[in-house]
Design a protein around this ligand. Structure first.
Ligand code: IPM
Ligand code: MG
Length: 370
């Protein structure tokens, strides 16, 4: 078979699988109601690089914060071992199947950063987990109160450039082609999540951010569906923005204050949330939620920082980001009071000085929880 026929067959199989995925989304079960669960199991995954350091410090904070519920058994912290780059490489699986099975025994996950190999065939553990648990909403808040910044990003987390990111086409010595996929149910559910959040949290402005002038099919449909959903929320102002100008406006002090909720496809969301986190003090300060209807995973927005380990500075890693993620986790499992306590302690603790260890910072936070 020649290279074109091989590629066309591959493309047909991808198309069929994506149509199947789209159908499955339409038949999805209703979302889990955490306020009705007798026990909520939180799986804790270390990850790579600075991951084990910041997750163990945040586990210490959670044990202090949730002491009564942990004693009563209404919350269980379950460590999940082995989601390391070494083990993933050895098994040739983004998430080894035994670990995925363990993950699925939990309701929610707190996860340290996992290393993503460049090139090769091993897929990012994050991307694999988002897909395996159908974590379609990547929710990332960014706040700089003194600058009037109070933003929350709803990044579509299971489609776009990511869903087939490891399944592109190559015509040897000639060209390569990747795919971007946008489905109707996939867009509906992330748009619904953004507008529901806006409605329930007193927000009245949603920016839909795409590049629909260029990505006409995918971003064009994303925009159209987002407006269909928006029509159900008449009190909320909606504006279309292109991603390029939006990256500029995030640093425009005259305009950025008006932004509240952002709704955007996967890759744009990936890029712009790093920019936004930087405005808040760096990617080490921001938490990230990956939310689906049955599972949810909460993590630091940053990577595993292998350079910090190589240069012997691992102990100085900043656990603030994963602690912010832990607060989001608590809110998600209907523990709003504990979440508020943690956020308040983190606000009071302030930024971690460069020469303070993760452990000393965690002690400070625990002290402030009282
Ligand atoms: C993120 C990260 C991931 C992504 C990587 C680690 C795969 O950058 O969560 O933003 O690209 O989504
Ligand atoms: Mg990113």
């Amino acid at each position: 078979m020649n290279a074109i026929d091989t590629a066309v067959n591959h493309y047909r199989a991808l198309l069929e699988a994506q149509i199947e995925r789209s159908k499955r989304m339409m038949d999805a079960a209703p979302a889990k109601d955490f306020s009705k669960l007798k026990t909520v199991t939180i799986g804790v995954i270390d990850g790579d690089g600075i991951g084990p350091i910041i997750t163990s410090e945040s586990t210490r904070v959670l044990k202090a914060l949730l002491k009564d519920e942990l004693d009563a058994g209404s919350i269980v912290l379950r460590p999940i071992e082995g989601l390391t780059i070494e083990n993933r490489k050895a098994k040739g699986e983004a998430i080894p199947s035994d670990i995925l099975a363990e993950i699925k025994t939990c309701d929610v996950l707190l996860k340290g950063p996992t290393e993503t190999p460049k090139g090769g065939t091993l897929e990012s553990a994050n991307v694999a987990m988002r897909r395996a648990l159908d974590l379609y909403a990547n929710v990332r808040p960014v706040a700089v109160p003194e600058e009037g910044i109070d933003w929350i990003f709803f990044r579509e987390n299971t489609e776009g450039e990511y869903v087939l990111g490891s399944q592109g086409i190559e015509i040897p010595d000639t060209l390569t082609m990747d795919f971007k996929v946008t489905t109707i149910p996939g867009t509906r559910r992330i748009a619904r999540a953004a507008f529901e959040y806006a409605k329930n949290n007193g927000k009245n402005y949603v920016a839909i951010v795409t590049k629909a002038n260029i990505m006409k099919k995918t971003d064009g449909m994303f925009t159209a569906i987002a407006h269909e959903i928006a029509a159900e929320y008449p009190g909320i102002e909606v504006e279309d923005w292109y991603i390029d100008i939006m990256t500029a406006k995030l640093v425009d002090e005259n305009i950025r204050r008006k932004f509240q909720v952002f709704l955007l496809p996967n890759l744009y969301g990936d890029i712009i949330t790093d920019e936004a986190a930087q405005l808040q003090g760096g990617v080490g300060t921001a938490g990230s939620a990956n939310i689906g209807d049955q599972y949810a995973m909460f993590e630091a927005i940053h990577g595993s920082a292998p350079r910090m380990i190589e240069t012997g500075r691992g102990a100085f890693a900043n656990p603030a980001s994963i602690l912010r993620a832990a607060a989001m986790l608590l809110r998600h499992i209907a523990r709003a009071d504990a979440a508020a306590k943690l956020d308040k302690a983190l606000d009071a603790a302030g930024d971690k000085p460069r020469e303070m260890t993760a452990s000393d910072y965690a002690d400070k936070v625990i002290g402030l929880i009282g």
